[in-house]
Design a protein around this ligand. Structure first.
Ligand code: DGL
Length: 264
C-alpha cells in the first residue's frame, strides 16, 4: 500500500538543506517536508532554555500538521540542546544532527581537530561528551560564529560572501593556540556545508572538512527500511512566518526538490 507520510526535516533556517541533499540522495522516492523556523532564527545566539522549550513545541505542531513518519532535526544547535526533550515529547522516530567529532578524530593525523558551530553548540556538554568519548587523545579547538550562519542564509538568497570577511571569521579558529595544526575541521552547524568551498578557501590548505550529512542519511534510511512510498515524491518547504525574502529562496529550494512553500 502506498504510504504518503513524508520525512520531516527541521532547522532554524536553510542550513538543514545540506542534510536534505544527503537524505534525498539515499531515499529518492521519499516525500519531504522541510521546515525552517525563520520566526525563531537564529538559534545559535539563543539560550539553552529558549531552544529546549521552543523546539519540542514547534515539532509537535509540525507533526500534527504533516503527519511525518520520521523527524530529522537537521540542526546541531537544536539537537545538542533539545534532542532528548523532543524524543520524550513525540511518539515518532527522531534523528538528531550532532557534530561529527568521531570520524574527524579517526581521520586526524595531527591529532588536532577544529569544531566550527554556533556559539550555543560549541559550549554544549554534548560536545564535551563527544570529545571525551571519541577524541580524548586529540586537541579539540572550538569556534562559534553567528556571522557564518548569516552568510550561508545570504548565499542561498543569491549573495556570495566576501573572501576577506570569510578569512577574518576563520582566523577566529585558526589563530587559537595549535590552530595551525588542525587537519580535520568538523562543520558542526548544518548551515556551514553550504559554505564549504568558501570555508576551505579561507583557511590553510590540507584541512579536510567533515560533516554529519552522510551519517544522518544512513540512519534515516535504516529507520525507514522496507517502508513504502507514495508514487509521486513531493517536496514542501514550510516557514514559521511569512517574510518578503522567501521569494528569493525559491530557486535554491527548487534545486533541493522543494517546489512548494507554505507558512505554518
Ligand atoms: N543550522 C543550525 C545548526 O546546525 C543553527 C543556525 C542558527 O540558527 O544559529 O546549528
Amino acid at each position: 500500500m502506498a504510504d504518503d507520510r513524508p520525512i520531516l526535516l527541521f532547522d532554524s533556517g536553510v542550513g538543514g538543506l545540506s542534510v536534505l541533499a544527503h537524505v534525498r540522495k539515499s531515499l529518492p522516492n521519499a516525500a519531504f517536508v522541510y521546515a525552517a523556523d525563520n520566526a525563531g532564527y537564529p538559534y545559535g545566539t539563543k539560550s539553552e532554555a529558549e531552544i529546549a522549550s521552543r523546539v519540542p513545541a514547534l515539532l509537535g505542531r509540525l507533526a500534527e500538521r504533516f503527519g511525518p513518519r520520521i523527524i530529522v532535526i537537521a540542526c546541531n544547535t537544536a539537537s545538542t540542546i533539545a534532542l532528548s526533550h523532543v524524543r520524550a515529547a513525540l511518539d515518532l522516530p527522531v534523528v538528531g544532527t550532532v557534530p561529527a567529532i568521531k570520524p574527524a578524530a579517526m581521520a586526524s593525523k595531527t591529532r588536532v581537530i577544529g569544531v566550527l558551530g554556533t556559539e550555543a553548540t560549541v559550549r554544549q556538554p554534548y560536545v564535551d561528551r563527544l570529545s571525551a568519548e571519541f577524541a580524548s587523545d586529540c586537541r579539540v579547538i572550538r569556534y562559534g560564529s553567528a556571522e557564518l550562519v548569516g552568510l550561508a542564509e545570504a548565499k542561498l538568497r543569491g549573495a556570495l560572501p566576501d573572501a576577506g570577511q570569510m578569512r577574518a571569521i576563520m582566523a577566529g579558529l585558526y589563530s587559537q593556540p595549535d590552530g595551525n595544526r588542525i587537519d580535520q575541521l568538523v562543520l558542526a552547524c548544518t548551515h556551514f556545508p553550504l559554505l564549504a568551498s568558501e570555508i576551505a578557501a579561507a583557511g590553510p590548505p590540507g584541512v579536510t572538512l567533515v560533516d554529519s550529512g552522510e551519517g544522518i542519511a544512513r540512519r534515516t534510511e535504516f529507520l525507514t527500511h522496507g517502508q513504502e512510498w507514495a508514487a509521486e515524491p513531493r517536496g514542501i518547504a514550510v516557514f514559521t512566518k511569512d517574510s518578503p525574502d522567501l521569494g528569493q529562496l525559491r530557486p535554491a529550494l527548487a534545486t533541493y526538490g522543494m517546489g512548494e512553500i507554505q507558512i505554518l
